[in-house]
Design a protein around this ligand. Structure first.
Ligand SMILES: [Zn+2]
Length: 510
């Protein structure tokens, strides 16, 4: 007799930062996440290996380091080479559909992310909203068209900035970009509206739950990505919690705008702050906290649905963030560039009453140094699926693991840097000084070489690289040895310049 396979619901909450989620859970305002983490399945030591969605999501669903799967950048900065390579990857939805799963995703990223899914959809607003919005021409359920509109908007903006257009043309271009932006901010297009995402997903699930197949559902919520969006959350109460943790970060938003150099980003932020009537950083941070509380409600809806349909006992629910978010820490505002803890440390929740009863979580929770590399091998073990010839950079949390205390992360989108964390020590280092410059902020965040003692300084406020050069160098050497295993690290021209320089230096010392 065949054993019934477990269903999987994976919730990716974009830019979900670990420490903020913990505060929201303990705020007394969360009613669902605070319940599900009680099942001893909340991993408090999980890391993303990069800080952009395209790259990180690829890691989450392949169990491969960005330097193995080759998707290093994101969105408009991906090379055709990266995209082509990504399409050939063996991803979790592909593995599951080969093993008899019905696979559904609700997201708008598309491209290789949609491979292996029987259904890959972007929800749009209610029918009435759709009609009204279509009348004004700024809503479509097709992700490609939405992306096309956003590209046109960006192009119009960038031309108007570069060409110093006469004021009447500038006004027209502002009007176009504001119109698209309004659609984005209000969530009409479904990008940031969690309610549409949840209802859409559960409707699909309702239809396919009659099939005799196990299912894999991916929901990727975007409301926690800027411009943070929530509905029905008491923002005044949220602000009181935010004041408790972020009081010293409070400043007028005009000062934030002065810290950013990229003209399109400045215009985007200005629009966002204006449309939402936000005055200071704590206002914006409150929006982020509220967005997580909105997610809390969605998780409740998903669990209720599974319970009603008698599916909860047969389903594993996974919640994680693709990366974190910097809310002003390290002089980085409402974005996730930089390899600091706020951007890399993410929650990982694996919720399943059945597995909890079987004692599976007791085994898994003994592990530490968990990364996104471990989710696919762990899941395949939990589902008892064959790994065959599949290769992962991560290790299952159900097996004896090799030493994995070294966590090496990389970013190439806004600036090019590497970070290596080993126990309580962490370095962040530039690969080439030229590429260490942040193209959003026009400065090098934290310097070319950073060293932090996370035990004494968990918020990475005191760079001690110059005080402890031997610790910095030994961790850098450890990272270099780790990186040497990746063919791509040597191939990448930008990265190899650095390696060549290092080699030359070593020769000199010999
Ligand atoms: Zn920056």
């Amino acid at each position: 007799m065949e054993v019934a396979k477990l269903n999987i619901v994976t919730v990716i909450v974009d830019a979900l930062r670990f420490d903020v989620l913990c505060r929201v859970i303990h705020s007394g305002l969360s009613s669902n996440l605070s319940q599900i983490v009680k099942g001893n399945s909340f991993f408090k030591d999980c890391y993303a290996l990069t800080n952009v969605t395209d790259s990180s999501l690829t890691t989450i669903f392949t169990g491969l380091h960005p330097l193995t799967h080759g998707v290093l950048s994101h969105g408009d900065r991906l090379s055709p080479w990266e995209t082509k390579r990504a399409h050939k990857l063996n991803t979790l939805p592909k593995i599951l559909s080969r093993n008899g799963y019905f696979t559904i995703a609700v997201d708008f990223l598309d491209r290789w992310h949609s491979q292996g899914f029987h259904i890959y959809k972007t929800p749009s607003a209610s029918l009435l909203m759709q009609k009204i919005s279509q009348f004004f021409g700024f809503l479509t359920s097709k992700p490609t068209v939405n992306i096309f509109i956003s590209r046109i908007t960006q192009l119009v903006e960038s031309v108007s900035y570069k060409a110093r257009l006469p004021s009447f043309l500038k006004a027209i271009s502002d009007c176009i970009s504001n119109r698209f932006f309004k659609h984005f901010v209000t969530g009409l297009g479904g990008f940031t509206n969690t309610k549409y995402f949840t209802n859409f997903s559960l409707n699909l699930l309702n239809k396919i739950s009659k099939l005799s197949k196990p299912f894999f559902l991916l929901i990727h919520y975007w409301n926690t990505h800027s411009p943070y969006h929530s509905e029905g959350i008491d923002i005044e109460r949220v602000r009181k919690i935010v004041e408790r943790y972020h009081k010293e970060m409070d400043m007028p938003l005009n000062n934030v705008l002065k810290r950013i150099k990229h003209p399109l980003l400045v215009s985007y932020l200005k629009n966002w702050f204006k449309l939402r009537k936000l005055k200071d950083t704590l206002d914006v941070i409150s929006q982020y906290y509220a967005a997580i509380l909105d997610i809390d409600k969605q998780i409740g809806k998903i669990i209720n649905f599974l319970e009603e349909k008698n599916l909860l006992d047969n389903t594993i629910l996974i919640v994680t963030g693709d990366h974190g978010e910097s809310l002003g820490e390290h002089d980085i505002y409402f974005d996730h560039h930089g390899l600091y803890e706020v951007n890399l440390k993410v929650p990982l929740i694996i919720f399943s009453p059945k597995l909890a009863n079987e004692g599976m979580f007791n085994i898994m929770m003994k592990n530490n140094h968990i990364t996104h590399l471990d989710t696919v091998p762990t899941l395949l073990d939990l589902l008892n699926l064959p790994k065959d010839s599949l290769k992962f950079d991560g290790q299952s949390l159900l097996r004896e693991r090799k030493d994995n205390s070294l966590i090496v992360a990389i970013e190439t989108y806004t600036e090019t840097k590497l970070s290596a964390k080993n126990g309580d020590w962490k370095i962040i280092t530039s690969i080439t000084p030229k590429e260490a410059m942040c193209r959003y902020c026009g400065r090098i965040h934290g310097g070319l070489n950073e060293l932090y003692d996370l035990k004494k300084d968990p918020h990475e406020t005191k760079n001690i690289a110059q005080d402890y050069p031997e610790i910095f160098n030994s961790l850098k050497n450890l990272a270099s040895k780790y990186l040497a295993r990746f063919k791509l690290y040597h191939k990448l021209s930008r990265l190899s310049i650095h390696l060549k320089k290092q080699k030359r230096k070593n020769k000199h010392f010999k």
